[in-house]
Design a binder for this molecule. Structure first.
Ligand SMILES: [Zn+2]
Length: 105
């Protein structure tokens, strides 16, 4: 995974304050979640597979998966900001209303 020092490695939000010396994370919650590599890989795979090349709203996709909302949108941000496998329709920060799609290869 690409590390991006301006964003939390777990939730992908802009990092205003770092809470760990070892990880780039925004909160103690993200600090504990970032250690769960297998969970992250499996969630990223599920979230990526729910997407296609048309625009879908994050909250609509989220309803199709048994993943809590925070973990789901965190995965969306990782797939957009770090892995560049998904893209957003506009340049605002990703939220539940954002329209996202797979990146065309
Ligand atoms: Zn975070």
């Amino acid at each position: 995974m690409v590390t991006n020092k301006s964003r939390c490695s777990y939730c992908g939000r802009v990092l205003h304050k770092q809470v760990s010396e070892k990880y780039f994370v925004c909160s103690l919650k993200c600090k504990s979640l970032i250690k769960n590599t297998e969970y992250i890989i499996s969630v990223d795979s599920i979230v990526f597979d729910l997407n296609n090349y048309k625009w879908n709203k994050v909250e609509d996709l989220s309803q199709k998966a048994q993943i809590n909302k925070f973990d789901f949108i965190s995965s969306v941000r990782r797939l957009i900001y770090f892995q560049e496998k998904l893209r957003a329709k506009d340049i605002k920060e990703i939220n539940q209303k954002s329209l996202i799609s797979k990146v065309k290869k």
